[in-house]
Design a binder for this molecule. Sequence first.
Ligand code: SF4
Ligand code: MSK
Length: 649
Amino acid sequence: MAKLKELIRPEDITTCDSTRQMIHKARKDGVELFFDRAENMRPCPIGNDSACCKHCSMGPCRMNTKDPYARVGVCGATIDTIVARNFGRMVAAGTAAHTDHGMAMLDLFRGVIDGTVKDFAIKDTVKLVEVASSLDIETEGRSVQDIATDLYKELELTYTQVDGEIPLVKRVPEKTLESWRQEGIVPRGAMREIMEMMHRSAMGVDQDYENITKQISRTALADGWGGSMVSTDISDILFGTPSPVEVEVDMGVLKEDQVNIIVHGHEPILLEAMLVSAASPSILKMATDAGAKGINLVGMCCSGLDVLSRHGLPHAGNFSSTEAVLVSGAVDAMTVDIQCIKQDLVKVSECYDTAFITTNYRAKIEGATHIELDEHDPLECTDNVIIKAIGRFKNRSKSIVIPSHTAKGIHGFSHEYIKYMLGGSFRSGYEPLNDNIVNGRIRGAAGVVGCTNPRSKQDFSHVELVKELIKNDVLVVQTGCSQMALAKAGLTTPGAAALAGSGLAEVCETVGIPPVLGLGSCVDNSRILMILSEMVKTGGLGDSIADLPVAGCAPEWMSEKAIAIGQYFVASGVFTVFGHTFPITEGTKFEKHLFEELEGKGFGKWGFAADPIEMAHLMIAHIDKKRRDLGIDQARERVLVDMADRRAL
Ligand code: SF4
Ligand code: MSK
């Protein structure tokens, strides 16, 4: 371990008991984790408090003056141009990540359709027909193969189209779409928008922050209503649309007497293939011959959430725990694909003799074993990963300390299932949700999503924020590492309704749902967009997404993907609050544009707060304002008076 300054106490950097226990152990073992490095590497003050531009070799230009307008770059670029360009490039990178993930799903779908991929098939034909119909593809009396072929061609346009509107904007409420058309921000195709964003943010091109913001929104919308939505839809078609399932989470799911394999990353294909390999009798025999009682497949981060939603696979924790889990000494192999994979996992794996295996040609890591997953023969890779894990199990030499905590919860809510659960098979729909919002039992809805970050006490803001929201009758939907924070804290069970306000608790108890609904991985934020769209189309809550009493939040975000997600929610009409830091300079015109002016154009707006309770109250205040604008605030007061009257009686 590198020589460290005095280290911060684990109690102060995480609220996750298992991670805390593992940080203590790592320090005893002399193993450095990212928490330690975050302590030793303070954020660069120029980037943190102001801005820097390094888009050409006349710079880099530092804008770290007290008055952000006191200086311009060598080329004359103002602070607004510089922060808008930097922000735009983050959105372009985040959008590229989600759309490339979606493209990989589409590649797999094409292989299934043309018969070159034989290990996967179309599993959910109901979803296939539903997605095809939503894009006006004829489905009546046609074969699955023909519908799928037409759907593939249509969805490919999400990426390759150079003019017009991406296909999935057909799902956007009319008034929301109209505001995009007026602003000229309907995405044409994701590749074009990302390319144009990169071009316009280069030295000497777009130097008007308002004009840059238009391309920022257009690019982000190509993610939410494009790449991410394609990824979710195709994953559902190939692997099944999630429905509620009970899942056990946290590091206590590791088993000392089994071969433990952690799968971490984002694309579901790796874990889906791992499930097949782990069930193979010959592989199982190898494991038992090695003295193991079985093979324990465990997910982490977003691919874990994807497969947890579909198969109820146990999950060991979120982004901040991926090194910590290795410190247990119980992980025989960690295998990864793309995104959010810290490079130092290789080093930490080495310290505990864990086999660390990369599987995707787009994401190799120096020092890792690379076994490429080819979708035409995925088991070749996944069989090999398990064999390596069995080899490590046989020769385990490190002391094993498995944290004992686990929590059970219900996950796997999709927008389709929410529709069904509220109305049953005969009258499935969003009417019960909208009715309960109108009558005030439910105050509004909030999406709480996103990462964890070593610069923010792990899970703390997610959990405190969500508790405050449900206490105030706000129904919460979740994705990504945030979902896992709440799952570990035991808030994804129907019993958590006891922590909710009386109105929300009554609805949850009637339907039998938790007040916190887990929807899956970070690309599955597209499911939240679909919920919003359904709420508008169902009626009674305004004509556009911007009219809805809803808000979003990523309290501990770290990835560029989170910024892209935040911007597509803002452009779609949602007030979106981020916590811990925000990557622009305070007191600039660009800040005012994002945080105030966009709302006047029929979009949502950004918000920021460092404290989770403050975040919750910013969101609740916004929800209440929307209720007033809709004229449904009176209904809420009437319900509360009725309850008080009853109590008095
Ligand atoms: Fe400096 Fe302008 Fe070059 Fe940026 S583009 S590094 S502000 S000279
Ligand atoms: S894994 S993007 S840390 S949610 Fe999707 Fe978690 Fe954020 Fe990665």
